[in-house]
Design a protein around this ligand. Structure first.
Ligand code: IMP
Length: 501
């Protein structure tokens, strides 16, 4: 006879936190959100920690090098998506490791023959009004000039004018040498010449970076940025259970700090084989997370197999249709609680602490606090990050409102068959994810600041100044369906729904 769980499985929206005593030193400014990323022995420090408990999902529409840099600046880690060629993924990792704070690669570039109309279209897509005119239209081509909104006047032009005829040509630009200019020197030049942007070129006049005046303060105020000993941003990368023998060394060579097996279901011999291979061939210092699992049995299996952290969650992702197509999964809150209990038990028995990542299903910011209070050491978020400027997907305007595209790794668009691989044919037999839009929300920095302000505030309400304290002090209650209705504004007519003729 099948095993039946006694309790239904629940998700975050069915729980609330009950405030505890807050002393006067319990203020948001005193809250420390740092958390371990990889396993460690009790009494020792983990080899890698996060300064904020956030990682971005291993997805094409979420985690590329741009996202990784933006998130590391705030103290979290991106896992660069693995559903691309080994070469392309390693190049993304390398770009993060080579990134020099304040020096950005130009993301809006045109050929000298681009028309004003094409330039306006690009502006609409990227939102960036500074564009490089390069010989081949590529970000590192020979720099011929720069176009900003000061170079054209739409009302007096036809739209057919060519970039080369109205750009500010290279001869008139203030620029600097890419190999010998420090950020301080670049910022000095910006101020001296009252520039908004300084291009940095190599000896052959090829564009390497741009330094923007508006980033000046930014570079000074990333107190939580996550960097390695050489002051390079920390970055993760997704791997699969098929091509690890080639992918892992390429990612390590590119500088990846941590890896994670990306799979919809991690309680499998494939993961054990992969973990064994990596630790045997590349050493125990290579940190590899595994998952996803949703119960204690799955956790214990991956813990014994040598996982450095364990990811929890099946079927709860916003773009996920696994529960509908296959009927497997578990309410995310119940899964986190069960696995975290197993983690604590494992720690008691072995002295080894294995961090738990709650992956998928976070809708409201308070769901993050709940997941952390239930025992998760950090979170993995897809939809949340997909909405920001820094995600790789296109920003589109529909009926006057901006959206970003967001698609699942199991959708026909991504066709990441390795994530769903059970050793059969090398193809995606059916979809387990959808292709969708999410409302565009602006910059990662602003949103993460606002979200974490809420998390810190709630932690103070619970009397907790750090995450281990939150886990022990939190008082959590299930709520009835009726009291969930009471939780939002109710029995009033919202003004934005009310039109006066
Ligand atoms: P979200 O934060 O709710 O959007 O969930 C993101 C998580 O969903 C990812 O980290 C993955 O674990 C999972 N995921 C990504 N793509 C798919 C898919 O196509 N089907 C099911 N789950 C997915």
């Amino acid at each position: 006879m099948a095993f039946y769980y006694k309790e239904p499985s629940h998700t975050f929206g069915e729980y609330l936190l009950i405030p505890g005593y807050s002393s006067t030193d319990c203020i948001p400014a005193n809250v420390d959100l740092s958390t371990p990323l990889v396993k460690f022995k009790g009494g020792e420090n983990p080899k890698l920690s996060l300064n904020i408990p956030m990682t971005s999902a291993i997805m094409q529409s979420v985690s590329d090098d741009k996202m990784a840099i933006a998130l590391a600046k705030e103290g979290g880690v991106s896992f660069i998506f693995g559903s691309q060629s080994i070469k392309d993924q390693a190049a993304m990792v390398q770009r993060v490791k080579n990134y020099k704070s304040g020096f950005v690669s130009s993301d809006s570039n045109v050929k000298p023959t681009a028309t004003l109309n094409e330039i306006l279209e690009l502006l609409e897509q990227t939102g960036h009004s500074t564009m490089a005119v390069t010989e081949d239209g590529k970000p590192t081509g020979k720099l011929l000039g720069i176009i900003t909104s000061r170079d054209y006047r739409i009302s007096r032009m036809t739209g057919k004018e060519l970039a080369k005829d109205f750009m500010t040509p290279f001869e008139k630009l203030i620029y600097a040498d890419a190999d010998n200019t420090t950020l301080t020197k670049a910022n000095d030049l910006l101020w001296e010449h009252k520039l908004n942007m300084l291009p940095l070129v190599d000896k052959k006049q090829r564009l390497r970076y741009m330094v923007f005046r508006k980033d000046y303060t930014d570079n000074k105020i990333n107190p939580l940025e996550l960097i390695d000993k050489k002051k390079r941003y920390i970055v993760g990368a997704g791997i699969n259970t098929r091509d690890y023998a080639e992918r892992v060394p390429a990612l390590l060579k590119a500088g990846a700090d941590v890896l994670c097996i990306d799979s919809s279901e991690g309680f499998s011999e494939w993961q054990k084989i992969t973990l064994n291979y990596i630790h045997k061939n590349f050493g125990k210092d290579v940190k590899v997370g595994a998952g996803n699992v949703v119960d204690a049995e799955g956790f214990n299996f991956l813990a014994e197999a040598g996982a450095d952290f364990i990811k929890v969650g099946i079927g709860g992702g916003s773009i996920c249709i696994t529960r509908e197509t296959k009927g497997i999964g578990r309410g995310q809150a119940t899964a986190v609680i069960d696995v975290c209990n197993a983690r604590d038990e494992y720690y008691k028995n072995t002295g080894i602490y294995i961090p738990i990542c709650s992956d998928g299903g976070i809708v409201h910011d308070y769901h993050m606090t709940l997941a952390l209070a239930m025992g998760a050491d950090f979170l993995m978020l897809g939809r949340y990050f997909a909405r920001f400027d820094e995600s790789p997907s296109d920003k589109v305007r529909i009926n006057g409102t901006y959206y970003k595209e967001y698609w699942g790794e199991g959708s026909n668009r991504a066709r990441n068959w390795q994530r769903y691989d059970l050793g059969g044919a090398k193809k995606l037999s059916f979809e387990e994810g959808v292709d969708s839009y999410v409302p565009y929300a602006g910059s990662l920095k602003d949103n993460v600041a606002s979200t974490l302000a809420k998390v810190r505030s709630t932690m103070c309400n619970c009397g907790a100044l750090n995450l281990p304290e939150l886990r022990t002090k939190a008082k959590i209650t299930l709520v009835s369906a009726t009291s969930i209705v009471e939780g939002g504004s109710h029995d009033v007519i919202l003004k934005d729904k009310f039109s006066i003729d």
